[in-house]
Design a protein around this ligand. Structure first.
Ligand code: SF4
Ligand code: SF4
Length: 217
């Protein structure tokens, strides 16, 4: 069975991405997703600097691509590469929380231990974001679960509505916006990082093709 891991990037490990990747190579991990920590009101010191995050992610990915070009067998695969390439090659709706799910119309629902249902586990315990209780049936909850995402349109978010990358980015995580600003219409604090990564991946497309694009999926 393939082993996939998610590495949450924080201010404490952002300078060690290469080492972390190497440690996974030794442990026979198949795929890794590097995911910057989701900012909330209580973990601000964990948030990595967007500039350092970009520099180190770019360097990690460039090294991987160089190894593929040399014909090396590279494992684990980096899920971020697959995700960015998928966005460019198979664009889909990113207005909502689709990035966290493989579904399109019903991205994600999260059930807490007490049976309360939320649009995402990031909202566990937030009474105002509760969609219902599993004991009362799922049908209505599923509709509500979508509504919260439909209520957030990228075109309602200042700056995002004018951004060239808005259809790829989606403006970031709803939970992040909710916890930091108490409303769901703010761009992510990783905005500059996202823009640079989109630009970087666009510029790297020829290299990905040269290295055998199928290697990254
Ligand atoms: S890159 Fe920034 S401005 Fe553009 S859509 Fe994403 S969060 Fe909004
Ligand atoms: S709220 Fe954030 S973490 Fe939750 S599904 Fe949406 S984007 Fe993903």
């Amino acid at each position: 069975m393939p082993v996939q891991v998610i590495t949450v990037i924080t201010s404490y490990n952002v300078d060690h991405l290469e080492e972390i990747y190497e440690s996974y190579q030794q442990k026979e991990i198949d795929e890794v997703l590097f995911s910057p920590v989701c900012p909330t009101s209580f973990n601000q010191t964990f948030i990595p600097s967007p500039e350092i995050l970009y520099k180190n992610m770019k360097s990690l990915i460039e090294n991987i691509v160089t190894r593929y070009k040399k014909g090396d067998f590279v494992k684990p695969k980096i899920r971020n590469i697959k995700d960015y390439l998928s966005l460019f090659l198979f664009p889909k709706n990113t207005e909502t929380c689709i990035g966290c799910s493989s579904g399109i119309s019903h991205p994600l629902l999260a059930i807490d231990l007490d049976g309360k249902v939320y649009p995402c586990d990031s909202f566990f315990g937030e009474e105002g974001m509760k969609l219902g209780d599993i004991e009362n049936g799922f049908e209505k909850i599923i509709e509500e679960g979508n509504k919260i995402r439909y209520n957030r349109s990228i075109d309602q978010i200042e700056n995002c509505n004018k951004c060239n990358w808005k259809r790829f980015c989606g403006g970031g995580c709803i939970a992040e916006s909710y916890y930091l600003y108490k409303d769901i219409h703010h761009p992510t604090i990783y905005c500059e990082y996202n823009k640079k990564m989109f630009e970087f991946f666009a510029s790297m497309l020829p290299s990905f093709l040269e290295s055998g694009i199928e290697n990254f999926f």
